[in-house]
Write a protein that binds this ligand. Structure first.
Ligand code: ADP
Length: 573
């Protein structure tokens, strides 16, 4: 039966019981009232009539007055009509006959007294008969009332018991299954899908239980099939990772090693089961390579493994899920081969640029001589040619110089001459060196460098070279007759920042991270912007070698700001 029907029949049953109770009460009350009415009508009235006749009779001795006769006649007639008890008719008739005789005027006093006493007896007889009947009927009414009360009390008690058990049991009947269902749903939300509900009833709760059981069964099946496919995928990924030539180590968000492939184990010098499940910083205490791997700022590592030296580039990828970092993967790419090729290239570049410097310098010398009028007259066309050759030679010298600087940095032969210099000196040297180019393009260099700035701990030549490079780029990428701002200011952390801002066309965001890479040039640059793409890379090396930082901010259409920082010189220096 459904809950709805159960509720209907429960409440209906209570209602019917209450109706029966009311009906019984009304019935018994009616019966009592009928009994009382009968007593009043049948007996009490007769007692009254007899009493009235007696009272009238006793109120006067001798012959009756007309009023007495009238009153007695009236009561006698009424009594005749109200005979209800056995023997009452006989008494009433005798009383009437005796009264009739008493009314005779010729009765002697003795006869009269005799008749009066007889009438008295008859009337008392009537009264007693009726009084007895009243008492008997009263007993019957009492018995009826008791029976009625007992029956109504019994029904009321039964009704109370039914209602009480309904009130006690019904909330539990509804709430218990809901409570159990809530508990099971909580378990399901904790991924515990082996939940089954057994509601025995065949009502809505039974159906709900069955639906819930079906749902958890399906969830369980889905979870199992999902788990199987996840395990399969895991195996597949593990196989791929193990067959890779790069070293790969996976860590969870707490730094526990989840996996390390064979190459990684070889490099670290530990077995996979010694690494898996261990807290990486704990391993790093005794393992140099792990220590280096956990430090983020080392991009290139030289590692000795299997009795060979190799070069590896370190990459760290964060693994996130729903905007939450859940771990990271460290990849060590074997770049030994590239490193060797790179070294060969650097040596080659160094040799070539060095070799080129001498002939280019002698071309420059020869050009100087050609320009000298004492050597001989040159016509305007020839002078123009000489100027072009001079310009190209200057650029060639610049390029070979940059290539040499780069080779120096790459081979680790960069020599720095640190000193304590006022930023103003660096600015003055750089502005002076660049003035000619700036004037040619009518670019105004606005310098803001406070005299009160502290001195910097820097290599004057290298820093000036960097500033010249930034200024020369700023002028190169500025429009004619524009301005370039060179600002030097002090940071809160005691670093001194040099910034060069132009109002040229700016650089697209996507190219900003690559600007400081070797040979990188923003694509679609016009011929005017031709260069080696080495300037910023060397600048970065020079600044970082002095423990400084270099960076850029740019907005398309508004221009760019290149800035670098240097450490403040220690007062005693
Ligand atoms: P280059 O010798 O080509 O100037 P750099 O390393 O100095 O080499 O610069 C790299 C590239 O960065 C340039 O080719 C140019 O595209 C871009 N660049 C540098 N400075 C600026 C600047 N101030 N405004 C716009 N682009 C710039």
């Amino acid at each position: 039966m459904t809950i709805k029907n159960k509720l209907r029949s429960g409440i209906g049953f209570l209602f019917v019981l209450a109706l029966i109770c009311c009906g019984m009460s009304i019935y018994f009350l009616n019966r009592l009232s009928a009994d009382a009415g009968a007593i009043l009508k049948d007996n009490y009235k007769s007692v009254q009539y007899a009493q009235s006749v007696l009272t009238t009779l006793d109120s006067h001795t001798g012959s009756f007055t007309p009023e007495q006769v009238k009153a007695i006649d009236q009561n006698m007639v009424l009594q005749q009509r109200n005979v209800t008890e056995a023997g009452e008719q006989q008494l009433t008739d005798s009383a009437s006959a005796t009264y009739e005789k008493l009314k005779q005027p010729n009765n002697t006093e003795a006869v009269q007294n005799q008749l009066r006493s007889r009438l008295h007896q008859h009337l008392y007889g009537i009264m007693k008969l009726n009084m007895d009947a009243i008492s008997r009927k009263n007993d019957v009414a009492n018995a009826t009332s008791k029976r009625g009360s007992l029956l109504v009390a019994f029904l009321g008690a039964f009704l109370f018991l039914v209602a009480f058990s309904f009130a006690v049991n019904f909330p539990g009947y509804i709430a218990n299954p809901i409570k159990e269902l809530t508990a099971r749903i909580k378990e399901v939300s904790n991924k515990n899908y082996h939940q089954q509900i057994h509601f025995e009833s065949d009502d809505e709760f039974g159906e709900l239980g069955q639906a819930f059981n079906t749902m958890t069964r399906k969830l369980d099946e889905f979870e199992n099939s999902n788990l199987a496919s996840i395990l399969f995928e895991k195996k597949r990924i593990e196989t791929i990772i193990n067959s890779m030539q790069d070293a790969i180590i996976g860590l969870d968000e707490k730094g526990i090693i989840i996996f390390a492939n064979q190459v990684a184990c070889n490099l670290i010098g530990m077995k996979a089961d010694q690494l898996n499940g261990k807290y990486a910083p704990d391993i790093a205490i005794e393992n140099d390579l792990m220590r280096k791997l956990l430090v983020n700022d080392q991009a290139k590592l030289r590692i000795f493994a299997d009795e060979r030296e190799g070069f590896y580039s370190r990459e760290s990828l964060s693994v996130s899920s729903r905007d939450k970092v859940i771990g990271k993967v460290i990849i060590l790419k074997n770049i030994t081969e590239y490193q060797q090729l790179d070294e060969a290239k650097t040596n080659f570049i160094a040799t070539i640029s060095h070799e080129l410097k001498t002939p280019i310098s002698s071309i420059k010398m020869s050009l100087k001589l050609l320009e000298d009028e004492r050597i001989g007259e040159v016509n305007p066309e020839q002078r123009q040619l000489i100027t072009n050759i001079d310009e190209d030679t200057r650029r060639l010298l610049l390029i070979t110089g940059e290539l040499l600087d780069m080779a120096q940095v790459e081979t680790g032969k960069l020599q720095l001459n640190f000193g304590s210099t006022h930023p103003q000196n660096i600015v003055d040297y750089a502005v002076k060196a660049i003035k000619f180019i700036a004037d040619q393009k009518q670019v105004d260099i606005k310098v803001k460098c406070d005299e009160s700035l502290p001195k910097v701990h820097a290599d004057l030549d290298k820093t000036t070279w960097v500033l010249i490079n930034l200024l020369s780029n700023a002028i190169k990428y500025s429009h004619e007759k524009s301005t370039v701002e060179l600002v030097v200011k002090k940071h809160k952390n005691d670093e001194i920042e040099f910034s060069v801002t132009d109002h040229g066309k700016g650089i697209e965001d996507q190219y900003l991270p690559r600007l400081f890479e070797r040979y990188f040039k923003v694509p679609n640059a016009t011929s005017e912007q031709s260069g080696t793409g080495l300037g910023l890379a060397i600048a970065k090396d020079f600044i970082e070698a002095q423990a400084g930082k270099i960076n850029v901010e740019s907005e398309i259409g508004s221009g760019s700001t290149f800035y670098f920082t240097l450490k403040r010189a220690i007062a005693a220096a």
